[in-house]
Design a protein around this ligand. Structure first.
Ligand code: TYM
Length: 366
């Protein structure tokens, strides 16, 4: 095994330092610009990112990326993708991410992400990738589908199959120690650690394994099909509460949410997915931090209409101000403010990623 110290001899890092800073805390996470963030993204990820800005560790660095390269695993209409990237960045700013405390950038602005992806691909196992669930769910296939099943190879594109390798590269190129995500990303983070093991086994201990920070809030499900997770790319606008929705839009969507014919409140995600999901949404905004089961106990004598009313009021007040700030950020300085934030974030992200790539290229002989 080579040691990090031995391998860094003679390597000059862009910052002039000769070794990487390996002890400080680095937070990394990402969001796809496939639509305006919804309350699932907010509770599962973005709100945690904002909280991490208050970390008392002065040396902690934070990187949050709008992952446009991941977004093109589904074909995109270019003008719409360009617009959604700016909107996603504006939404992140509107929730409280501060460019003075966090580096905010578009993934495609930092080519080191794709360079490291290729290098990781050379030690990544296709067997492991074939067992992962995301490509199957994106293609509408059962989690038990295998690559050998009829028709799979014809519809599965390489970009979707290797999506987790790019996600691992996003994290590892910034030497992230902590990755705050919703629970649907658990498998991707395990795979990122597997990439570290494979790379380090082949080339020496240069990459460090990240820890996953899973939000305590539950996965938020579609309001119209509560067996499916709430998704930015859902074609039915009534399925999602966007963090930029007006109070009237929130009211209409919650009132139209699919529940069931039993007119009382209880928490049972298998038997009562719609009602349980509404309790999950209420719990996001509960100032006492009660979980959905605790809220169900408190509300056991209330009707479903009462529950919907409570969810509506909680979401309106919990998201208050985000819409106004979002509109303000998008139009600030005739739209140039967003571009400036991104350009500055990309510059800092490129610099940080390059430090890793200098060592990775050296270790691999590139
Ligand atoms: P994306 O864009 O699907 O979601 C962004 C974040 O929101 C969380 N999330 C949810 N949480 C609760 N309920 C939901 N319905 C819900 N939907 C989404 C996700 O867990 C995520 O944390 N693959 C990632 C993007 C990514 C990334 C990365 C994340 C690319 N590279 C590196 C972390 C580190 C994704 O598609 O997120």
């Amino acid at each position: 095994m080579h040691s990090l110290r031995r391998l860094t001899i003679g390597v000059s890092l862009p910052s002039g330092r000769r070794t990487l800073s390996t002890s400080s805390k680095v937070v990394f996470s990402g969001i796809q610009p496939t639509g305006t963030p919804h309350i699932g993204n907010y509770a599962g990820a973005i709100r945690e990112w904002v909280k991490l800005q208050h970390d008392p560790d002065e040396n902690c660095r934070r990187f949050f990326s709008v992952v446009d390269l991941h977004a093109i695993t589904n074909s995109q209409y270019a003008p719409q993708l360009r617009q959604r990237k700016r909107e996603t960045l504006a939404a992140l700013l509107a929730t409280g991410l501060d460019p003075k405390k966090s580096v905010l950038f578009y993934q495609s602005s930092v080519p080191a992400h794709t360079e490291l992806m290729w290098i990781l691909s050379c030690t990544a196992s296709t067997g492991y990738l074939s067992r992962m669930t995301q490509w199957k769910s994106k293609l509408g296939l059962s989690p038990h589908t295998s690559l050998q099943d009829g028709g799979v190879k014809a519809s599965l594109k390489l970009g979707l199959f290797s999506y987790p390798v790019l996600q691992a590269a996003d994290i590892l190129v910034h030497r992230a120690t902590h990755v705050p995500v919703g629970d649907d990303q658990r498998q991707h983070l395990e795979f990122a650690r597997e990439c570290v093991t494979n790379f380090n086994h082949a080339y020496g201990p240069h990459l460090r394994p990240p820890q996953t920070i899973i939000s305590s809030s539950r996965r938020i499900m579609s309001l119209q099909q509560p067996a499916k997770k709430m998704s930015k790319s859902d074609v039915d606008p009534k399925s999602c509460i966007l963090i930029t929705d007006t109070p009237e839009e929130i009211r209409r969507k919650v009132m139209a949410a699919l529940t069931d014919s039993m007119n009382f409140v209880s928490f049972d995600p298998d038997a009562r997915p719609g009602v349980s999901n509404l309790l999950g949404i209420l719990s996001i905004f509960d100032s006492s931090g009660r979980d959905p089961a605790q809220l169900a106990k408190v509300l056991e004598n209330r009707s479903l209409m009462d529950l919907k009313q409570l969810v509506t009021d909680a979401a309106i007040s919990g998201l208050q101000g985000i819409r106004q700030r979002y509109i303000g950020f998008l139009s600030a300085d005739e739209g140039k403010y967003i571009d400036w934030v991104e350009a500055e974030g990309a510059r800092r992200a490129r610099e940080n990623a390059e430090e890793t790539m200098v060592l990775v290229r050296q270790a691999t002989g590139l």
